[in-house]
Write a protein that binds this ligand. Structure first.
Ligand SMILES: C[S@@+](CC[C@H](N)C(=O)[O-])C[C@H]1O[C@@H](n2cnc3c(N)ncnc32)[C@H](O)[C@@H]1O
Length: 182
């Protein structure tokens, strides 16, 4: 599992992003549920995760509007065009086939549905990106499949999403994105 879940300031970024989320929402890779306290009343959430232990730990944060379910992002068992919004924070750094995962998320979103993302990525600063490339093999082994150097913005576009907002923090190491199933 990725060990960057406790990035400084992440709590503010979560609440700033998630207060925009409305309707019937799919969260993928929900982990122990740190996002679940940040959704607006009225939103109906299905928070999914493939690690059963994390689902048990997220349970106290579930309620009538927030349901937990087991799901692999690369094989979502939901019909096409089901959700108004999807959320993934600090997840696509460790999804084995990120474009496959983003395509699955796109499939289950309704036309016009939005994807809300926060992730750590490969920096656009050449020196830092090269350092991330060099560190990645060891990091990947240490952090159980997490990658330091993903081009998550490129993967979002490659899966067919249209990027509608992008915020870049910490020398390009963290990106907050909103994308749309056009
Ligand atoms: C660093 S944790 C982030 C948890 C939470 N989203 C957060 O913001 O802190 C990454 C999570 O993604 C989950 N994950 C990774 N690949 C997945 C996949 N293919 N399907 C479902 N969950 C996945 C991991 O089990 C882990 O709980």
């Amino acid at each position: 599992m990725c060990r960057t879940g406790y990035v400084p300031f992440i709590g503010n970024w979560r609440s700033n992003l998630l207060r925009q989320v409305r309707g019937c929402v799919l969260e993928v890779g929900a982990g122990r549920g740190p996002n679940l306290d940040h959704y607006q009343p009225g939103a109906s959430i299905i928070a999914t995760e493939f690690n059963e232990e994390s689902i048990v730990q997220a349970k106290p944060r579930s309620n009538a509007h927030i349901r937990l379910a087991s799901a692999d992002i690369e094989h979502l068992a939901f019909p096409d065009d089901t959700f108004d919004a999807a959320v993934a924070t600090l997840v696509f750094c460790s999804v084995e086939r990120p474009i496959v995962g983003f395509r699955e998320v796109r499939r289950v979103l309704k036309p016009g549905g939005k994807l809300y993302l926060i992730d750590h990525v490969r920096s656009h600063h050449a020196w830092l990106g090269r350092l991330q490339d060099r560190l990645n093999p060891r990091w990947h082994a240490f952090a159980e499949g997490c990658n330091l150097n993903r081009d998550t913005e490129g993967n979002v576009r490659a899966a067919g999403f249209e990027l509608i907002s992008l915020k870049v923090n910490f020398l390009g190491l963290i990106k907050t994105m909103v994308a749309c199933k056009a």
